[in-house]
Design a protein. Structure first.
Length: 177
């Protein structure tokens, strides 16, 4: 089983509220088990994600930590993958698929993160969204399986479920909630 966590650097209130929330939402939906974040503690964001997990399912947590948590994770055998437009192109890197920390920046990323990371990976070497980069990196790591309905059924046992439809919205309450 894959053990993938996301590490969001330097969360700033109110500037990063929406972006960090979206980093958490993509992390959860694409199969990460947890998002750590540094910077300012954001109880509102944490509660919002907790409600999403309760309603839609999944085993996902958000935890505010000190930057030193990265060093702990590396000692525990995690590979640190820093997502940056300055890195090697993702398609040319043989990424690990288990015990992975995906590092997502915010403000200017300190030089030591580039040096401490096992990989500095880019989706493109052009300015782009860290949310998009995270989604594509998770897609590469899971080799597309995170988009499978079987993945979703296995991982997300929430109170409600969207029934795919080509017209309108179809939402059903799950029977075993």
């Amino acid at each position: 089983m894959k053990d993938i966590v996301v590490f969001r650097l330097s969360h700033r209130l109110p500037r990063d509220e929406r972006v960090t929330t979206h980093v958490a939402l993509v992390s959860r939906a694409f199969g990460a088990r947890k998002m750590y974040y540094t910077g300012e503690k954001d109880n509102e964001m944490e509660n919002s994600i907790k409600k999403v997990v309760e309603k839609w399912g999944g085993n996902f947590e958000v935890e505010h930590v000190n930057i030193s948590k990265l060093k702990e994770l590396k000692k525990e055998g995690y590979s640190l993958i820093h997502l940056t437009m300055y890195g090697e192109r993702i398609e040319s890197v043989n990424l690990p698929s288990d015990k992975v920390v995906l590092i997502v920046g915010s403000e200017k990323v300190p030089k030591w993160i580039y040096e401490f990371s096992d990989f500095n990976v880019s989706i493109t070497n052009q300015p782009h969204s860290e949310i998009a980069a995270l989604a594509i990196a998770l897609h590469f790591i899971y080799k597309g399986k995170e988009l499978s309905p079987k993945f979703e059924e296995k991982e997300f046992k929430g109170k409600i479920k969207i029934v795919p439809s080509d017209r309108g919205k179809v939402i059903r309450k799950r029977e075993n909630t």
